[in-house]
Design a protein around this ligand. Sequence first.
Ligand SMILES: Nc1ncnc2c1ncn2[C@@H]1O[C@H](COP(=O)(O)OP(=O)(O)OP(=O)(O)O)[C@@H](O)[C@H]1O
Length: 204
Amino acid sequence: MLEVRDLIFAYPGQLRPWHFDFSVAPGTCLAIHGASGSGKSTLLNLLAGFLEPLSGDIRWQGESLVHRRPWQRPMTSVFQEHNLFEHLDVMTNIGLGLHPGLKLTAEQQLAITQGLQEVGLAGLGKRMPAELSGGQRQRVALLRAMLRSEPVLLLDEPLTGLDDEARQLMRKMLLKSKAAGSILILASHDEEDRSVLADNVWNL
Ligand SMILES: Nc1ncnc2c1ncn2[C@@H]1O[C@H](COP(=O)(O)OP(=O)(O)OP(=O)(O)O)[C@@H](O)[C@H]1O
């Protein structure tokens, strides 16, 4: 269970702080809903550990995460900038997500090849990020996040800008992650994405 308890945050000079309090069970998706500027990305950044709360707690399996660095948290984030390494090809970008020294097992290599097929990118493993469209880059970033198999996936507008076919494929993959027990925290303006993926909604 991921628990967010009385988490308070404000940017310097902000008069009304945010107050977050919710919990999310494994195998479910919480959508964060709110107007532009309401704090969706801020909440994801707090969960990921890129921002420090003023007070309150974030707990995973009963253990506090607030003093853990981002890479020590059981989470993977896919934020709007897709964060691919520009000088590394698609396979290497994904492989680095699985093992920082690229020591991949045969099983992991197979998972990458199959994953690329599933998200409609078969045969593009040797491409450099600059040789991909925006939507293809987005799918690489999402696939890398899903293959990391961390218990919590933080998703900031993950399907924005994808065409219908790619969007359907990625929704299917995300539903598969959820069925396998992942927690999805989803910031999305898209009502259909929320209705297909989310079990609960946190309104900002
Ligand atoms: N580093 C920062 N310093 C000060 N204020 C910030 C900072 N980052 C964001 N804000 C402000 O905090 C508010 C929430 O921003 P945030 O990016 O979390 O909104 P959002 O709901 O994700 O918006 P969008 O849907 O447009 O992506 C906005 O008013 C924004 O201007």
